[in-house]
Write a protein that binds this ligand. Structure first.
Ligand SMILES: Cc1ncc(COP(=O)(O)O)c(C=O)c1O
Length: 430
């Protein structure tokens, strides 16, 4: 491709006008990648290279990129204009469809990003309980704002960013995931202080770690016993692990839940859901605002995505494809003699260079050789497979037997490249 328009050239120009060449720090490791378009399970970069995509925009493209029904709905809807500082029919349709689909929630608020929606959830939890602090888990991510951003790797009590307000960050009390005794001890150590426990139903931002049997039910009971709210951050798991998200898959009833990513088929939207007794506070004393909240594009995308997910067996499809892919990676690792471990659930799983010992919390993930996995990811990109450096693989309804075969072929190529450059990738001695 011409030098003028190559990804490398665009990245150089971008770096001059955008810090780090990216508009989200999560993308710093792919600052050199410029995408031209995406369709279904494939994306194409500006240099004409095609990739099987298992990053899916970090999750949102659950139905595949540019899903025809969602695209058509968005195109139709935005012809009317986008934001009116008043309500629209499509907004009502989205809200009613969300309440009906979720089943357990009576009311929703539709916003733009889950970073903001998490803040709304924490604020209304404080308002409802009259308490200030919240309990959260090491290795989870609830957005980049001062209250929620945490350092996983060194010390969760340490600030995770320059400029982070220590007072805001100090509201969170961080304990290990999947350890009921740790959560219980934290609640006991802060009697009457904790407004909510906030958790992903399955840890997806670090690893893909499902809850141990009884763990989420245990958190539910602890919340009930201590008068705290249970907030499920279903930004990744919602509409992905099942139509009803992690709450349905693991059989737990939250007090509040945050949805994002898959809820709008790849378009920007986030949703807070809960019972009227809590959500009703937003009608009076609890502020939640946003110029672009529930704009026409977001709502049209939510309606279209929910209709597809309700009417078509997308979850069964994703489950089957993901399971085949997980098995295929394990088989390939065995064949090529590399210690790749595959863990999690078919719609979102995690791959690492690790021993086969159990992974139940963030500390267990530190055992893996993440630098070596990131090298594999670079080779995978060269081979036409787009993977997230942190090891999560997302599967969409557009992936199928053919994309799985191609992805496994390309992963095989990447592993061979890694072994050529880095023969030590084969045995794990730790
Ligand atoms: C569990 C979870 N919560 C919150 C967020 C923040 O969402 P957003 O990037 O839409 O602000 C993310 C983003 O990845 C997430 O995974």
């Amino acid at each position: 491709m011409s030098g003028e328009r190559s990804g490398a050239d665009l990245a150089r120009r971008m770096t001059a006008v955008v810090p780090g060449g990216v508009d989200s720090n999560v993308r710093l490791e792919v600052a050199d990648l410029f995408i031209e378009s995406g369709s279904g399970a494939r994306i194409r970069d500006v240099d004409g290279r095609e990739y099987i995509d298992h990053v899916l925009g970090q999750g949102p493209a659950f139905l595949g990129h540019a899903h025809p029904a969602v695209l058509a709905a968005v195109r139709d809807a935005i012809g009317t204009g986008m934001t009116f500082a008043a309500q629209t029919r499509v907004e009502l349709r989205a809200a009613e469809l969300l309440v009906d689909t979720l089943g357990w929630a009576e009311q929703v608020r539709i916003g733009m990003t889950s970073t903001e929606t998490v803040q709304a959830a924490l604020r209304v939890a404080r308002a409802h309980t009259g308490r200030r602090r919240f309990l959260r888990f090491r290795g989870q991510y609830h957005g980049w704002l001062d209250t929620t951003l945490m350092d996983w790797t060194v010390d969760p009590a340490r600030l995770a960013s320059e400029g982070q307000d220590p007072d805001a960050a100090g509201q969170g009390i961080t304990v290990p995931w999947n350890d009921l005794a740790a959560a219980e001890a934290a609640l006991a150590a802060h009697p009457g202080e904790i407004a909510a426990i906030i958790t992903e139903p399955m840890m997806c931002n670090a690893g893909a770690i499902p809850p141990l049997p009884g763990y989420l039910a245990g958190l539910r009971s602890l919340c009930d016993a201590h008068g705290a709210l249970l907030i499920l951050d279903e930004t990744i798991t919602g509409f992905r692990l099942a139509l009803g998200g992690g709450a349905e898959r693991f059989g737990v009833r939250p007090d509040l839940a945050i949805y994002g990513k898959a809820v709008a088929g790849g378009y920007p939207a986030s949703v807070l859901a809960g019972p009227a007794a809590i959500m009703g506070r937003f009608a009076a004393g609890t502020n939640h605002s946003g110029t672009f909240n529930a704009n026409v594009l977001s709502c049209a995308a939510i309606v279209a995505a929910l209709e597809v997910m309700r009417d078509e067996p997308v979850h069964a499809r994703v489950e089957a494809t993901g399971a085949a892919l997980m098995d295929g990676i394990r088989a390939l690792a065995g064949e090529l003699g590399v210690p790749l471990q595959v863990r999690g659930l078919p719609p979102a799983f995690h791959v690492s260079f690790d021993t086969p010992d159990p992974v139940v919390s963030y500390a267990d993930l530190l055992r893996a050789d993440s630098a070596r996995y990131r090298r594999l990811v670079r080779h995978a990109r060269e081979a036409g497979l787009y993977l997230a450096g942190r090891g999560i693989w997302y599967v969409s309804a557009a992936h199928d037997v053919e994309t799985t075969r191609t992805a496994l072929d390309r992963l095989g190529t990447a592993i061979r490249m890694l072994l050529r450059d880095d023969p030590a990738a084969a045995p794990v001695t730790r």
